[in-house]
Design a protein around this ligand. Structure first.
Ligand SMILES: [Zn+2]
Length: 109
């Protein structure tokens, strides 16, 4: 799912979410919920999202590819379940956005 957003957003998940939201005429939060709650594109939006993908990237998004490596994992910091793009992605977006985390990754030691 994250791979889909990243694909449509030229490698940037947030851009992908924004594009899909604009394309479908729904809120960004709704699009985020697809991955958080369903882990897939709802049937109702499937073709619309594929059309969006074609328009922005020139190709439809392969459903097989969507499953690759991306799954629900527990955040190493807060243990909250989140959609991880791959095995190396183990900190949830919520924690990454926290001040503490920013200090952690930007601290000199
Ligand atoms: Zn977390």
């Amino acid at each position: 799912m994250i791979a889909l957003f990243s694909h449509i957003g030229d490698g940037v998940v947030t851009t992908g979410i924004n594009r899909i939201a604009d394309w479908c005429g729904i809120t960004r939060d709704s699009v985020r919920r697809w991955s958080e709650f369903f882990g897939r594109i709802p049937d109702k939006w499937y073709e619309t999202v594929q059309q969006c993908s074609v328009d922005y990237t020139g190709v439809r998004f392969d459903i097989e590819f969507m499953e690759t490596g991306a799954k629900s994992r527990s955040c190493l910091r807060c243990s909250r379940k989140f959609m991880s793009a791959g095995i190396g992605n183990r900190i949830c977006d919520h924690c990454k956005g926290s001040e503490e985390w920013q200090q952690l990754i930007n601290s000199p030691e």
